[in-house]
Design a protein around this ligand. Structure first.
Ligand code: SAM
Ligand code: SF4
Ligand code: SF4
Length: 332
């Protein structure tokens, strides 16, 4: 086990397998912004990713989440899942996806060893969906993806709803109702100031407190707290059905003190915080004949020096971290 300067142990890795996406959500990858994507040769191969994850597991990592960009845009993702599933000591492999091609890929991913899936759902209205994701794509396909995951017995299937004031905050109760009916574990996410492109400001953040009071008024809710310190969402349950939901309140209730996550970008850089402006180039090491021990020492040296806690220092640090990495590059 390896601890950082604030005593946080390295436990999880988020792996971005691509920076590309079939959507252009305005809060992540705004359609009007020019974006330069990575070339194929710049991406880590699945073999390289799996080797690195093996090294991370030897340092104490127990959970891996595959994300992006849109991870299902990367061909044969099941091959990566299979490699990760064979790493002894890695207990959990999860995927975060926009769900658009999930329906047809789910079978092979689950057969390869995928344990959990989180699908993003930001509206139940097709017109609003088209406008929020910046593409003329069918919302129904996302909903079918979610339903397939549930029918396949993945439990819980998580649904992420980023809430942005004036855009989809009028659908908080509708999406809650949809998730209650379909037995999905909903997580509301406060709109975050990740990257530099999305025009974030505090006025657009619908706070955890606001979300909660809406839900409480309609359904009656009670707080369950966090299962463990490293969980990003605070858990709640509906009093009537007992079903759980969560709120990821990175802006109004930061959770840096329990942040045990390392992020690996698609081009092989390690990031110790979602709001960093610099990654550590581990691809160079991987491709220059380094041994597993060399990789281990490198990761250790990065983690032990870590003292990030951007969300807790948000107002102070905004001025300092000017070139924050984009979320679709580092993996949400
Ligand atoms: N493409 C996949 C998806 O959308 O689920 C995976 C990558 S995406 C960057 C991961 C998560 O980050 C999604 O649930 C997305 O809604 C969330 N996200 C993106 N931009 C965000 C922002 N500015 N604030 C809060 N959450 C955001
Ligand atoms: Fe793509 Fe996910 Fe970002 Fe939307 S949030 S643009 S689906 S990576
Ligand atoms: Fe972790 Fe950085 Fe987010 Fe804090 S701001 S929880 S350190 S990723």
């Amino acid at each position: 086990m390896v601890g950082d300067k604030l005593g946080r142990t390295l436990r999880d890795v988020r792996i971005s397998v691509t920076d590309r996406c079939n959507f252009r959500c305005f809060f992540c990858m705004p359609p009007d912004k020019e974006i330069e994507f990575l070339q194929r040769s710049e991406l880590l191969s699945y073999e390289e990713i799996a080797r690195l994850v093996g090294v991370l597991v030897s340092l104490g990592v127990r959970k891996a989440r595959i994300t992006g960009g849109e991870p299902l845009m990367r061909a044969h993702l099941e091959n990566l899942v299979e490699k990760l599933a064979s790493i002894e000591g890695l207990r959990d492999i999860a995927l975060t996806t926009n769900g658009y091609t999930l329906d047809r890929k789910l079978d092979s991913l689950v057969s390869a060893g995928l344990k959990r899936v989180t699908v993003s759902l930001i509206t139940l209205n097709q017109d609003k969906f088209t406008s929020m994701v910046g593409r003329d794509v069918s919302l129904n396909r996302v909903i079918e993806g979610i339903r397939s995951a549930r029918q396949m017995g993945l439990n819980p299937v998580k649904v992420n709803m980023v809430v942005v004031r004036g855009v989809n905050d009028d659908e908080i109760l509708d999406i809650a109702e949809f998730c209650r009916e379909n037995d999905l574990h909903l997580r509301f996410i406060e709109f975050m100031d990740v990257g530099t492109l999305n025009g974030w400001n505090m006025d657009r953040v619908v706070t955890a407190q606001e979300i909660l009071s809406l839900l409480d008024k309609r359904f009656g809710v009670e707080e369950l707290g966090k299962r463990d310190g490293s969980e990003t969402s605070v858990r709640f349950r509906y009093r009537d059905t007992g079903q759980e939901f969560g709120i990821v309140a990175s802006v109004t209730r930061p959770f840096c003190s329990g942040c045990t996550r390392l992020r690996l970008s698609a081009d092989g850089k390690l990031f110790t915080c979602l709001f960093s402006d610099r990654g550590y180039d581990i691809k160079k090491l991987l491709r220059s004949g380094a041994s597993d021990d060399d990789l281990k020492e490198y990761v250790k040296s990065i983690w032990t020096e870590r003292e990030d806690r951007y969300s807790e220092l948000r107002s102070l640090e905004r001025a300092q971290v000017k070139d924050r990495v984009e979320m679709f590059r580092v993996g949400g």
